[in-house]
Every structure is written in structure tokens, then in C-alpha cells.
Design a protein around this ligand. Structure first.
Ligand code: AMP
Ligand code: FE
Ligand code: FE
Ligand code: ZN
Length: 286
């Protein structure tokens, strides 16, 4: 069972990187990709847990990007697999995004503080050292303050892009991010391309343009997709010659997504490994 999209405390998941592999082992997942938002800070701890959990690790990332389209900017999450984490261009973009995420979270906290009992210190207290800061950490601070019951409630109300507290953050252009992942020897796959609950989604024309630039795959099987979305993404992938993946987007207790609820075909993983510059870390070859 292969699950190619998970988050740890290095971003907005609630498990440690080791904890993600332990949870994968319990769930019967044999290969897991750790894809924290805009960060590879969890890779080393996860790699160190491969041997004793028996779970193989795909080192990955989920890059926050923005696609420039005729309809305006649309947020796109780009998964990158098995790339060189030291590649300077990619590293610089990720640093810029993470830095601006801190400024953005501060500004959102200031706005929230006008109406709710929450301070920047409360948000920092919810963020593990060096983690990519995101709205989920603001949600956790609001939960701790007793303002909302859980992350989901915060996202449905004050953290929603339509709410007056919302502030965007810097994100690289999607096509540039695809090129950067390729330049770093990685395999770029668009995460949940049809997840409309988060905001507007890109058109099939935009996906076709990204395929021209080198996008390698589409995450068709994801809980935020309807059966129709999955069929359409499969059809589009076939048309454009893209790989099809499926994954849970596990965030620990931060979201309902369960490890292994969607999976990727072994042949697709073999192709990703073939194209990627890093190897999958397997307990059985160590
Ligand atoms: P940000 O990247 O800081 O704008 O925050 C977006 C992140 O919030 C996404 O990566 C999701 O993991 C998370 N998120 C979005 N909606 C929800 C929700 N309803 N409940 C929990 N987490 C969510
Ligand atoms: Fe997330
Ligand atoms: Fe995502
Ligand atoms: Zn994700």
C-alpha cells in the first residue's frame, strides 16, 4: 500500500516525522511520502525511522504556488518527489515562501486579535520549532483559546479566504515551481487538482500548459475529489501522458484524512523513482 502525500510537524501535521512512519506501519502502509508544505525539514528524522518501522520513505515536499491564469491567481499545491533538497533556486523560493508565511500569520493574528482572545505568542506556542507556519497553527491557537472546537470550524469561519482576517502569502508561479522541481532532479505532481472547497481550481487548459512545462502527474485519487473529478483527472492524465497518483494527505489529528485511504499503483511509484534523483529509502535494502 503506497501513500504519496502526508504531513508532519515540520509543517501543519500533528505527528512527528517518525510518528508519520509509525502511523503508516500501524495502518498497513508499506511506502509513505513525507510531503510537508514548503519544507524538507522532516526528511532526516523520517529517514532514520525507516529501518525500525519497516516503512519505505519517499522524500518529498508540497510547494505552495500560484498559477497565473486569465481568471486571476489560483492557489496550486505542487508535490515534488525525490529531488535534491540543496538545489539553490528551489531552496531560495521555499525560504522566501516560509519567511512570508510568518509575516502573513502575524498579520492574520493581528486582525483576529481585534475580535478574539489570541496573540502571536499563542500561535507560536502551537508551532513546533522551524515548522512552516500556516493557518492550521492559527486554528490551533483559536482552539486552545476556546474560540472554536476544532481546525475545521476555524477554516469554515474566520480562516476562510473570504473572511476579513484572511491575508495571502507569497507563492512562486506554478510553472516556475514545476521547472524548479525538475531542475532539482525531482518529479512534480499536482496535488488535489480539483479540490474546489479550498477556492477556485485550475482549468484543464492550465493543466495542459503545465504538462508542456514538464508537470509529471496528477493526484486524481484524493478525498477532496468527487467520483466525477477522479474520472476527469484520469482521463486528462491519459490524454496528456501524465502519471496518476492517489494519496491520503494525512495531517495526523489535524484533519480527518486517514493514511492509506487513497493509494498509488506500484508501477507509478517505479516510474517516479526512475525519474527522481533520490532513491526511495527501503528498510529491506538497508
Ligand atoms: P495555508 O497554507 O497556511 O493557507 O493553510 C492551508 C492548509 O490548511 C492546507 O494545507 C490544509 O492542510 C489546511 N486546511 C485547509 N482546510 C482545512 C480544514 N477544514 N481543516 C483542517 N485543516 C485544513
Ligand atoms: Fe496542510
Ligand atoms: Fe495541499
Ligand atoms: Zn497536503
Amino acid at each position: 500500500m503506497i501513500d504519496l502525500h502526508t504531513h508532519s510537524r515540520a509543517s501543519d501535521g500533528t505527528d512527528t516525522p517518525r510518528g508519520v512512519l509509525e502511523a503508516a506501519a500501524s495502518a498497513g502502509v508499506t511506502v509513505v511520502a513525507l510531503t510537508d508544505h514548503d519544507s524538507t525539514a522532516g526528511w532526516d528524522e523520517a529517514a532514520a525511522a525507516v529501518a525500525d518501522t519497516g516503512v519505505a520513505l519517499v522524500r518529498g515536499i508540497e510547494i505552495s504556488t500560484r498559477a497565473r491564469t486569465p481568471e486571476g491567481g489560483i492557489s496550486v499545491h505542487l508535490l515534488g518527489y525525490l529531488h535534491d533538497r540543496e538545489h539553490p533556486a528551489l531552496l531560495a523560493e521555499l525560504q522566501r515562501t516560509r519567511d512570508d508565511r510568518v509575516q502573513r500569520a502575524r498579520r492574520m493574528t493581528e486582525r483576529l486579535a481585534d475580535d478574539y482572545p489570541v496573540t502571536w505568542e499563542d500561535v507560536v506556542a502551537q508551532t513546533h520549532g522551524g515548522a512552516t507556519v500556516g493557518r492550521p497553527h492559527l486554528a490551533d491557537a483559536l482552539v486552545a483559546a476556546g474560540v472554536v472546537a476544532h481546525r475545521d470550524e476555524a477554516f469554515a469561519t474566520m480562516l476562510h479566504p473570504g473572511a476579513p482576517y484572511y491575508v495571502p502569502h507569497y507563492a512562486p508561479d506554478t510553472a516556475d515551481a514545476v521547472r524548479a522541481v525538475l531542475a532539482a532532479g525531482g518529479v512534480p505532481v499536482m496535488a488535489h487538482p480539483r479540490a474546489g472547497r479550498r477556492g477556485r481550481v485550475v482549468t484543464e487548459e492550465t493543466i495542459a500548459e503545465l504538462a508542456e512545462v514538464g508537470l509529471a502527474g496528477l493526484e486524481a485519487d484524493h478525498r477532496d475529489h468527487s467520483a466525477d473529478d477522479r474520472d476527469r483527472m484520469r482521463g486528462l492524465a491519459r490524454e496528456l501522458g501524465l502519471l496518476v497518483t492517489g494519496a491520503s494527505d494525512y495531517h495526523g489529528v489535524g484533519k480527518q484524512n486517514r493514511l492509506g485511504e487513497h493509494t498509488t499503483d506500484p508501477d507509478v511509484l517505479a516510474e517516479i523513482e526512475e525519474r527522481g534523483t533520490l532513491e526511495v529509502l527501503r528498510p529491506w535494502t538497508r
